[in-house]
Ligand binder design. Structure first.
Ligand SMILES: CC/C=C\CC(=O)SCCNC(=O)CCNC(=O)[C@H](O)C(C)(C)COP(=O)(O)OP(=O)(O)OC[C@H]1O[C@@H](n2cnc3c(N)ncnc32)[C@H](O)[C@@H]1OP(=O)(O)O
Length: 196
């Protein structure tokens, strides 16, 4: 399990890879933090796309690690804060599911592009916990309190087209989600340069 990084022009594409659903295990979080930190500092990189391997963005915390006593030196909150604070545009490319901590990671990105087949949600309530990696702050800021509360208290999976209407995602595409996210990042960079 690891996050890997490749370059598309000046956009770093960081792929979260932990089959089958890219659950955020301790070692995956360490790997994401490392790749993201390196990309943030690399002056040849102008923007960052976060995506998932295996047809999914990320199904959230690794439920199989719940109750384990692993010392948590890299929390998802730390990663999300670093993503949000990044000076370079960060775009999430969402395929499959972005659930729980996976959606919280996507919400920390500056933009979100989703595949039409994707689903997003905060299903923590269904396993007796609350979203605790910024979702209860970032989601209401993005879509307003009533719509965010509805998602949080029902824990439902929201289809991409509804997520677009609600404002959870910025764009929905039928195919080539990662390419669309790279394009969006490059468009944002173009706008930045045009304003200077
Ligand atoms: C860091 C703290 C942050 C926040 C807290 C959280 O994120 S809590 C976790 C929130 N996420 C969930 O509750 C998602 C639970 N999973 C699902 O809803 C479904 O599994 C999913 C992802 C929609 C996929 O459904 P599908 O029907 O396609 O497959 P299946 O359910 O059989 O799952 C396939 C295998 O994936 C394993 N798995 C799924 N989710 C997780 C997870 N969060 N952590 C670890 N493993 C997960 C599942 O156990 C299956 O494994 P297998 O070995 O094949 O039995």
């Amino acid at each position: 399990m690891a996050a890997t990084r490749r370059l598309s022009h000046s956009v770093a594409v960081i792929t979260i890879n932990h089959p089958p659903v890219n659950a955020l295990s301790h070692s995956l979080r360490r790997s994401i933090a490392k790749e993201f930190g390196d990309a943030s500092k690399d002056s040849s990189i102008e923007a960052i796309v976060l995506c998932g391997a295996n047809g999914n963005f990320c199904a959230g915390a690794d439920i199989k690690e719940f109750g384990s006593s692993t010392l948590d030196s890299v929390s998802l909150n730390n990663i999300n804060d670093a993503v949000e604070r990044c000076q370079k545009p960060v775009v999430a490319a969402i395929e499959g599911v972005a659930l729980g901590g996976g959606l919280e990671l996507a919400l920390s990105c500056h933009y979100r592009v989703a595949n039409v087949q994707a689903r997003v949600g905060l299903p923590e309530v269904l396993i007796g916990i609350l979203p605790a990696a910024g979702g209860t702050q970032r989601l209401p800021r993005l879509i307003g309190i009533p719509a965010a509360l509805d998602m949080i208290v029902r824990g439902r999976h929201v289809p991409a087209t509804e997520a677009l209407q609600l404002g959870v995602v910025d764009e929905v595409v039928k195919a080539n989600t990662i390419d669309a996210a790279i394009q969006l990042a490059r468009k944002v960079l173009g706008e930045k340069y045009n304003h200077h």
